[in-house]
Design a protein around this ligand. Structure first.
Ligand code: HEC
Length: 110
């Protein structure tokens, strides 16, 4: 027969494991500034979802002013939602704006 004490210990250990796992999973799922590798990462994960599929206009290769990108992303524009500093921080948004301003049109220069 199994002694009762050992099954109580097993339950205690399992409860501790669940507690540790729920603490661990938190930072990984949180949306924090500094999550982006580079401007292309931001474009691929956010902008391309609309701007590469025709929901929004093409925004690459149009020689738009970097500040224009910055303002549109931060404040939104008609059908385009605004993105907060917790989505893309100022420093990364500036880099993204510079990159897009100088980018080639999709499909390469004509
Ligand atoms: C949920 C879809 C969506 C996402 C995501 C999105 N946009 Fe847009 N964006 C739009 C739409 C729609 C418009 C057109 C707004 C209008 O004119 O009503 C637009 C317009 C723009 C414009 C103005 C283009 C012009 O012709 O004047 C810029 C610049 C822009 N977006 C940049 C970005 C950048 C940079 C990102 C990524 C950080 C981004 N957008 C993410 C939907 C999106």
């Amino acid at each position: 027969m199994k002694p009762k004490a050992s099954s109580r210990a097993t339950i205690t250990m399992m409860a501790a494991a669940v507690a540790v796992l729920s603490v661990w999973s938190h930072p990984a799922s949180a949306q924090v500034a500094g999550q982006w590798k580079d401007p292309n990462h931001v474009y691929a994960k956010i902008c391309s979802n609309c701007h590469d599929i025709g929901v929004g206009p093409v925004i690459k290769g149009r020689n738009l002013d970097p500040d224009y990108y910055f303002q549109v992303v931060r404040h939104g524009m008609r059908a385009m939602p605004a993105f907060r500093p917790t989505d893309v921080d100022d420093a990364m948004l500036h880099r993204l704006a510079e990159t897009l301003s100088k980018s080639a049109p999709p499909g390469g220069p004509k």
